[in-house]
Ligand binder design. Structure first.
Ligand SMILES: O=C(O)c1ccccc1N[C@@H]1O[C@H](COP(=O)(O)O)[C@@H](O)[C@H]1O
Length: 210
């Protein structure tokens, strides 16, 4: 099976269409006000409506309260909700059971200890997304983690990698650790929050040819 590709932080119809045409399997919408890629729920719902059924829409939320989470999910109707903050296994399990949506949890991979702790999410998420450790923001920082931390790891749940992936390094990442899904955001931008359609195309091509 070929690698799955998520292009995240999209905020315009043109870049959504470019990602879909280039072969992305997932497109991500960030609803997190401190982010340069934040989209309102109204805009997210409009962008969501452009996406064909064969491509999955991922709504990224960070440490939202239950009411705000329910409101966002009802407005955007994503296929997947990606929690990218300090959300607990109990929380991901509850959202998964209540909504029947696919639930992903992003984890900043600092060391082997983080990987051990990721076991707490097994059975409580549909995918673990390994990212670089948080900085001022919990993600979207354009920094990669040490992929070797995942070498030889026995994955007990679907997984993917994010963090500093670009058209230049995505093939290496796929070959190095056999990542089944790659996720990129800031590495495909001409300025923070401004996606570049040529970089989106180059990223998808490099991932599909890896
Ligand atoms: O994109 C953001 O601004 C963002 C904000 C808060 C949490 C996560 C965010 N982005 C996600 O982080 C990873 C890695 O991004 P990058 O490729 O290193 O820029 C990815 O899943 C982004 O969608």
């Amino acid at each position: 099976m070929s690698v799955q590709i998520k292009i995240c932080g999209l905020s315009t119809p043109e870049t959504i269409d470019a990602a879909v045409d280039a072969g992305a399997t997932h497109v991500g919408l960030v609803h997190f006000e401190p982010s340069a890629r934040h989209v309102s729920l109204e805009d997210a719902a409009k962008l969501r409506a452009r996406v064909p059924a064969n491509v999955k829409v991922v709504l990224l939320l960070v440490n939202q309260q239950p009411d705000a989470t329910a409101k966002a999910l009802a407005a955007v109707k994503p296929d997947v909700v990606q929690f990218h903050g300090r959300e607990t296994p109990e929380w991901t399990e509850m959202v998964r059971e209540k909504t029947q949506l696919k639930v992903w949890k992003a984890l900043g991979l600092k060391d082997a200890g983080t990987l051990e702790r990721s076991a707490a999410y097994v059975g409580k998420v549909d995918r673990l997304l390994f990212d670089a450790p948080a900085k001022a923001l919990p993600g979207g920082n354009g920094t990669a983690f040490d992929w070797n931390l995942l070498a030889g790891h026995k994955h007990l749940v679907d997984w993917g990698i994010a963090g500093g992936l670009t058209p230049d390094n995505v093939a290496e990442a796929i070959r190095a650790i056999g990542a089944p899904l790659v996720d990129s955001s800031s590495g495909l931008e001409s300025a923070p929050g401004v996606k570049d359609v040529d970089l989106i195309r180059a990223f998808c091509k490099a991932a599909l040819e890896a």
